[in-house]
Design a protein around this ligand. Structure first.
Ligand SMILES: NC(=O)c1ccc[n+]([C@@H]2O[C@H](COP(=O)([O-])OP(=O)(O)OC[C@H]3O[C@@H](n4cnc5c(N)ncnc54)[C@H](O)[C@@H]3O)[C@@H](O)[C@H]2O)c1
Length: 335
């Protein structure tokens, strides 16, 4: 089954990652692109050889498509996804699903009611090492997973006009942009939901109005304790992406895996212990090391979306989780 696509938002992620991923499948067809900035969308239209629009309704009225990809700033997601639904389209919207859980819930419920798929761009869970971490945890290979920590940082300085730096456009700062990936990934790996969360955050290095750093601590429904460090104010070269899960029989440690590429390494240590050892005379166990597959996470998520459409299996598990992620963020910002 051929899937015809319209794209709303011709910016960074659409051009760099999603449109190329859509076009890798010969059974996908790019029909048209819309962006509110005419020179931006015209340039992309020329690049991909498709008609362009500066109004989404005009595009949806005039173009025959099955699915709409929304790669616009967060403040646009809700309205544009609802507009696409009005025209009977399936939607793949970038993360986060909306400004808050209320918008997210309304969206998912509306799509469910209409029998259309809504899918949210959390691509980290397709990383082979995150799948490995998920499988190790779910198979009990580190015993009972007791503690999880994720760290995801970058350098994001003051940029005049940047939507991510305005609360009214991005909905928040480092938490809304990077933190949501960590929350979603933790819930995917643990197959659990964050129930209690506390956070501290500040704007320290830059002068924009949203936070440039945050620490979240949380407890899941199943009792796992977690910790997320997110920063916009650490140079890229000094940034560490880490995933650490400690259990009653060992650990899983990922380095460099929270990224846009399928890179990094994962170490798994199985180190069961019997009695309490007051002398702490540790037995040495060797970890098993795994490497990233260097595949394309964006292609994997497009393939997942397309396979759901082609099989007619409208699975809302991930979109429900995207709403749950916003519930956690809402709690953080409400404090
Ligand atoms: N999953 C990922 O790896 C990842 C990475 C980057 C961005 N994102 C997400 O993708 C989305 C876009 O981020 P980006 O970095 O590409 O932003 P961007 O600023 O590079 O691009 C956004 C585009 O949307 C256009 N736009 C703004 N308002 C519009 C409107 N009302 N209608 C149509 N177009 C409009 C802008 O002109 C711009 O071309 C955000 O939700 C972001 O969180 C996801």
């Amino acid at each position: 089954m051929k899937i015809k696509w319209c794209v709303i938002g011709a910016g960074g992620i659409a051009d760099r990652r999603t449109i190329p991923a859509i076009l890798q499948d010969p059974d996908n067809e790019l029909v048209a692109i819309m962006d509110k900035v005419a020179p931006v969308v015209e340039k992309l239209g020329e690049k991909y050889g498709v008609p362009t629009f500066t109004d989404e309704e005009e595009m949806l009225k005039n173009c025959d498509c099955d699915a709409v990809y929304i790669g616009t700033p967060v403040f646009c997601h809700y309205e544009q996804a609802m507009t696409a639904l009005k025209y009977g389209k399936h939607v793949f919207v970038e993360k986060p699903i909306g400004f808050d859980a209320k918008q997210g819930r309304e969206l998912v419920d509306a799509f469910k009611k209409a029998g259309k798929l809504i899918f949210v761009g959390y691509m980290m869970k397709y990383h082979n090492l995150h799948v490995k971490a998920h499988d190790l945890v779910q198979n009990g290979d580190i015993g009972m997973a007791n503690s999880i920590r994720l760290q995801f940082t970058c350098w994001y300085p003051d940029i005049p006009g940047a939507w991510r730096q305005k609360k009214s456009l991005g909905g928040g700062g480092a938490i809304m942009d990077l933190g949501v990936h960590c929350i979603e990934l933790a819930e995917y790996i643990l197959e659990d939901e964050i129930e209690e969360v506390k956070a501290v955050y500040s704007t320290r290095t830059f002068s924009y109005e949203v936070e440039d750093g945050a620490i979240l601590v949380f407890k899941t429904k199943g009792g796992v304790l977690g910790h997320i460090d997110i920063n916009f104010n650490i140079p890229d070269a000094a940034s560490e992406s880490k995933l650490e899960i400690y259990g009653s029989k060992g650990y899983i440690i990922g380095k460099g895996t929270l990224a846009q590429e399928e890179v990094g390494t994962l170490s798994y240590l199985y180190a069961p212990q019997g009695d309490y050892d007051a002398a702490q005379s540790r037995v040495t166990y060797e970890p098993v090391n795994f490497e990233g597959e260097k595949g394309n996470l964006y292609l994997k998520q497009i393939q997942n979306f397309c396979s759901l459409l082609r099989s007619g299996k409208l699975d809302y598990t991930f979109s429900d989780r995207a709403v749950q992620v916003q519930e956690v963020v809402d709690k953080v910002y409400a404090e």
